[in-house]
Design a protein around this ligand. Structure first.
Ligand SMILES: NC(=O)c1ccc[n+]([C@@H]2O[C@H](COP(=O)([O-])OP(=O)(O)OC[C@H]3O[C@@H](n4cnc5c(N)ncnc54)[C@H](O)[C@@H]3O)[C@@H](O)[C@H]2O)c1
Length: 155
């Protein structure tokens, strides 16, 4: 499948995605790289993801609890605090490895941490592959109000 390249970001598929990711990581000067996972993508997706990474970086893993019920400001605060404690700065990168909840929340966290750091979505559910991970809609829920808080910011 051919990559889709737009002015602000690109979408890569299959093995090409890992080639593009490795090439991107080795061409950038990120101060640190964080991978956001939930307990399911930590167990089921992270091992395969890491096995495809060929660049020499010390990746830090941040885990949140899965589910729409956790797409909240409280979860964001936990991730912002983890980033701060682990020394993230404006040149850090956040890789969101998960479904739509995780890419929505991770995109919002990255877009607001220190006024915005780069993020890459690696979608692991069908819905996040075809919809949530592209288009730049990031955000969280406010009580029962879905996607009430957020920003548009491209990965
Ligand atoms: N930003 C957008 O444009 C956009 C578009 C559509 C939907 N969304 C959002 O997407 C969210 C729904 O996304 P979703 O359907 O991916 O749900 P989800 O992110 O809650 O994932 C569903 C479950 O699957 C698990 N999971 C993820 N990847 C897995 C894998 N490879 N194997 C096994 N389990 C896995 C997750 O841990 C979770 O428990 C909603 O919050 C919705 O608002 C956003």
């Amino acid at each position: 499948m051919k990559s889709i390249v737009s002015d602000s970001y690109s979408v890569h598929f299959d093995k090409t995605a890992f080639e593009a990711l490795n090439s991107h990581l080795s061409s950038q000067d990120y101060s640190s790289i964080f991978i956001l996972v939930d307990e399911n993508t930590h167990e089921l997706c992270l091992p395969q993801f890491m096995s495809e990474i060929t660049v020499d970086y010390n990746f830090e893993i941040i885990e949140i609890e899965s589910g729409e019920v956790n797409k909240t400001i409280e979860t964001c605060i936990g991730v912002w605090e983890a980033l701060s404690e682990l020394g993230a700065d404006r040149k850090s990168l956040l890789i969101n490895l998960g479904g739509g909840v995780l890419t929505d929340l991770g995109g919002f966290v990255a877009s607001t941490f220190k006024r915005g750091i780069n993020f890459i979505n690696v979608p692991t559910t069908l819905l996040s592959m075809v919809d949530a991970s592209v288009g730049g809609k990031t955000g969280i829920d406010l009580g029962p109000l879905k996607n009430q808080i957020g920003v548009i910011n491209q990965p």
